[in-house]
Design a protein around this ligand. Structure first.
Ligand SMILES: [Cu+2]
Length: 385
């Protein structure tokens, strides 16, 4: 509402200014002796200097933006391949800044230097092969280097050494939540199919497969620091995207196929929380939340809880009405804590056994099933619209 008012006020202000200039023009009748529509040297000089004014605006705004919003970047990567992604990003930014800085100066300087002058005559030439070669070859070479470097980095990141010991975890996407399946002691994920989804077997594990007997399904992802995690991703319904920004990892999750990504976490959640940049970031967030809480309490609402940092797995494909809230907490443990955490988790086959031996009236949908019912209603609403 406020923004609409601001837009209306700005619009009215522009109309008022426009009317003022008209009145000003009327007062000049008989005074001004040059009312020609053709620009004279004075007009061209003003436009020429305005070019420098605009150039200054671009640079000042860029520098302001860097200082104002620069600290909001993700900062230190939490995976082994992270620095490689960051340096690719940084090099691309440097090239963009250099090209932008250099070409904008040239563009505005030329507009000033060759502004209209009464005694000047335009020089016409149809083409210049030399110039065209220069401005085609330089961007071609720069782009080729960037793309080759990107391909090299991508191949390096996506390469999974068959002999390397990895931990296999499945990420399962549903509108609108994530589940993780651990491959258990055999480190082999059992077969799974959407047709086997029933009751507590929410990701459709094939319980007749020997490899599936020790599979464990959870709603909070725990991974150990310093071990390579090999994620295999499946989707139950639509296209999702598994996005783990702090680990510089993202992969589409596509119904009907398995996609993969592997990385090695380098900081436990606790270690990452205690990095200087994160301590400052969290303090800043909590300062904003405290200020907001004062306002909320004054209006009779409850205050906001203080924020603590957690790694997150987010969905980065707009997949439906509750896409914005499709996330799962990721905890990076020490290898010992990870083992301890995983050791007391029941396997899917155990959970199914418990659920099926329960008396009929007691076998209500468990865990996320109630939200699944709610979410499928949302989907039904969306699709019937
Ligand atoms: Cu999604």
């Amino acid at each position: 509402m406020t923004s609409l008012l601001v837009i209306i006020v700005l619009g009215l202000l522009a109309i008022a200014l426009w009317q003022l200039t008209k009145i000003f023009d009327l007062t000049q009748v008989g005074v001004a002796n040059d009312d020609s529509q053709v620009a004279n040297d004075k007009d061209n000089n003003v436009q020429g200097y305005l070019m420098f004014g605009f150039l200054a605006f671009i640079y000042i705004f860029t520098i302001y933006g860097l200082f104002k919003w620069g600290p909001l970047v993700l900062h230190t990567p939490a995976s082994e391949h992270g620095p490689e992604v960051d340096s690719l990003m940084n090099i691309t930014w440097l090239v963009i800044f250099f090209v932008q800085g250099f070409t904008q100066v040239l563009l505005h300087y030329f507009a000033f230097q060759y502004r209209g002058k009464k005694e000047n005559k335009a020089l016409y030439f149809s083409d210049s092969n030399k110039l065209e070669i220069i401005w085609s070859a330089i961007p071609a070479v720069v782009l080729a280097v960037l793309i080759l470097y990107g391909l090299y980095a991508w191949n390096d990141i996506m390469f999974i050494d068959k002999d390397e010991e990895t931990i296999e975890i499945e990420l399962y996407a549903q509108q609108f939540n994530w589940k993780a399946r651990y491959s258990g002691t055999d480190n082999v994920l059992g077969k799974a199919n959407v047709r086997y989804i029933e009751g507590v077997n929410a990701v459709g594990v094939d319980l007749s497969d020997p490899n599936a007997q020790d599979d464990i399904v959870v709603t909070e992802l725990h991974i150990p620091k310093g071990k390579k995690i090999h994620f295999k991703m499946r989707s139950q319904d639509v296209l999702h995207s598994a996005y783990m920004p702090h680990f510089r990892a993202q992969m589409n999750v596509v119904p009907g196929m398995v996609t993969e990504f592997a990385y090695t976490p380098t900081y436990t959640s606790d270690e990452y929380r205690n990095l200087t940049f994160m301590v400052e970031k969290v303090a800043n967030i909590n300062k904003i939340r405290a200020e907001k809480s004062i306002e909320l309490v004054a209006n009779g609402q409850t205050a906001l809880d203080p924020y603590t940092f957690d790694y997150l797995l987010l969905c980065n494909k707009i997949c439906g009405a509750s896409h914005y809230n499709m996330q799962m907490k990721i905890v990076v443990d020490t290898p010992e804590d990870y083992k301890k955490w995983l050791s007391d988790k029941p396997t899917v086959s155990q959970e199914v056994k418990v659920a099926t031996t329960k008396p009929a009236d007691d076998s209500k949908p468990m865990g996320n099933d109630s939200t699944m019912v709610k979410d499928s209603k949302i989907v039904a609403q969306v699709t019937t619209k």
